[in-house]
Design a protein around this ligand. Structure first.
Ligand code: ARG
Length: 515
């Protein structure tokens, strides 16, 4: 219960009690007509239903009983017996002062803190980050912070895509390009002397090799089969492949950590899909023992569809006909891992809406297997960020947008804006760059979070970057102006007094913060 609403409810309850009626009738809620009142009480109607006489009469008596109450500046009876209440101005001022002094700004803390995992971002090795990952990162980071702010124990996990076929593709492509390395990769143990060779492989190599290898695997079946074999050998633990893979994962993770950090996104955990690999075989055994696995055209599946489903849900593919673990298998094993490592109460998956069926399938399988309880797994889907053509945003060259390039793009636009507005001229180069990045990131994040998360929106940097309207830069600009006013006042020896809430917008703000 919030402070103002709670206090008011008690007073109105006491008025009902003084007339011989239950105090619960005094419950108040935010007014449907903020132009007329701050809060309303519908208790007179409830009292009439319970046999206490006509509602308007009751409402009138309550209003009379509260007439001198210092909490209120006005009390009216409307319609069939609504009691409209307006709070006394000094009370709002006092509440505003208390909110400012509270480091949680009045937000009500959870009664029993839970362990919450937020699975978000979901970047992959080699495969480029795209706009789906960007929204997942922005929304996921906010959700993580909100839960933490309210007192839950939260861990944000990037669920790093560091396993699977793309690794085999990269290993083969890298080996083909470096015969010396290829020789070492085949040795029964990884020689330390090989480390220097690994150290030469950088991100630019991955960026260059992956698209080539991925395209070639589609046209050249021999190449594809070699990549498949390499994937299987890597997963079976071949030392050379493991060493090379570790280098791919490390350089990608380092670069991504840096780029995410520039966007104010920091993960607590970077568990990879690879981390649950050893859990998969025992898990499959357990699922078999529980009688959940069905053979289907050479594959092993779990059926999750229910009679009353509105649309047909595919089964969970646990082991493919080629004997490999699939995307869903990894997600199921990750639930087992998170249960064992963190005993989570709630696990949220902040992932593109297009993966809704995938998650529904995995969640149902996890509940059937007893790995999680109903309600403890939740997919937080979202729409796409589109280009002007209404399709998921692509770069001008038609490619997917890389995180690094996006950061550069928004910083560049912010620099232009700042120059145009004649702002930041007093800053040195480093400070100016830092400011441009902050303005750019604010533009991006605000423009994303202002939308209802389920809807798609159009990526329009000019609009996001405007210094007017509902934009991140506008908010930053106002914050800076307010700070500068306060600084000037301080220079003149003025000190801030207590807060006085008078204008309608100010009242509204306090009531929102109090709700
Ligand atoms: N790496 C995945 C992708 O790029 C996203 C991972 C989302 N999280 C999960 N637990 N499946 O699509």
């Amino acid at each position: 219960m919030t402070d103002l609403r709670g206090r008011l409810g008690e007073a109105v309850g006491a008025a009902f009690a003084s007339l011989g009626m239950p105090a619960e009738f005094g419950r108040v809620s935010a007014s449907d007509r903020p132009d007329l009142a701050d809060f309303q009480c519908n208790g007179a109607m409830a009292a009439a239903k319970a046999g206490f006489g006509p509602p308007r009469g009751t409402a009138g008596k309550i209003a009379a009983a509260l007439a001198d109450n210092p909490l209120l500046s006005s009390i009216d009876v409307a319609g069939p017996g609504f009691i409209n209440l307006r709070l006394a101005g000094p009370l709002l001022s006092e509440r505003a002062g208390a909110l400012v002094g509270d480091e949680k700004l009045g937000a009500v803390q959870v009664a029993a803190p839970r362990t919450v995992i937020v699975d978000y971002g979901g970047p992959n090795v080699a495969k480029e980050m795209h706009v789906g990952h960007l929204r997942a990162s922005i929304i996921g980071e906010s959700i993580k912070r909100l839960f933490r702010f309210l007192g839950d124990a939260v861990k944000g996990d990037a669920h790093f895509g560091d396993w699977g076929f793309q690794m085999g593709l990269l290993i083969v492509a890298c080996a083909d390009e470096n015969p010396d390395l290829a020789e070492l990769l085949e040795q029964p143990a990884w020689p330390t002397a090989g480390d220097a060779m690994l150290a030469r492989i950088g991100l630019t190599d991955l960026d260059r090799l992956y698209p080539l290898a991925s395209a070639r695997a589609k046209a050249d079946l021999g190449f594809r089969d070699r990549a498949r074999t390499a994937t299987a050998e890597l997963q079976a633990g071949k030392p050379g492949y493991r060493a090379l893979w570790a280098q791919f994962a490390r350089i990608t993770r380092e670069a991504l950590t840096r780029d995410f950090h520039a966007l104010g996104i920091d993960f607590d955990l970077w568990r990879g899909e690879s981390d649950v690999d050893t859990l998969i075989a025992p898990m499959v055994g357990e699922l078999r023992d529980k009688g959940l696995l069905r053979a289907d055209a050479g594959a092993q599946i779990i059926r999750v569809a229910r009679e009353d489903d509105k649309r047909a849900l595919p089964p969970l593919l646990v082991v493919s006909s080629e004997g490999s673990a699939m995307y869903g298998t990894t997600d199921l094993a990750t639930i087992v891992d998170r249960r064992d490592s963190f005993a989570f109460d709630l696990c949220l998956y902040v992932v593109d809406q297009r993966q809704a069926d995938h998650f529904e399938t995995v969640f149902r399988a996890a509940i059937l297997a007893g790995y999680a309880t109903p309600g403890s797994l939740e997919h937080v889907g979202f729409g796409t960020m589109n280009g002007a053509d209404g399709k998921p945003f692509k770069t001008r060259a038609g490619g997917l947008l890389k995180l690094r390039d996006l950061i550069e793009m928004v910083s560049e636009r912010a620099r232009e804006r700042l120059h145009m507005a004649g702002l930041g001229t007093e800053l040195d180069k480093v400070e100016f760059e830092r400011t441009a990045l902050m303005v750019g990131v604010a533009a991006l994040k605000f423009a994303d979070l202002i939308n209802f998360r389920g809807t798609s929106y159009v990526f329009d940097l000019d609009r996001f970057m405007s210094f007017e309207g509902k934009t991140g830069p506008y908010l930053l600009y106002q914050a800076v102006r307010i700070k500068s006013l306060l600084r000037k006042a301080a220079d003149e020896g003025l000190e801030a007094g207590s807060i006085r809430v008078e204008a309608a917008a100010e009242r509204e703000l306090v009531l929102i913060l109090d709700s």
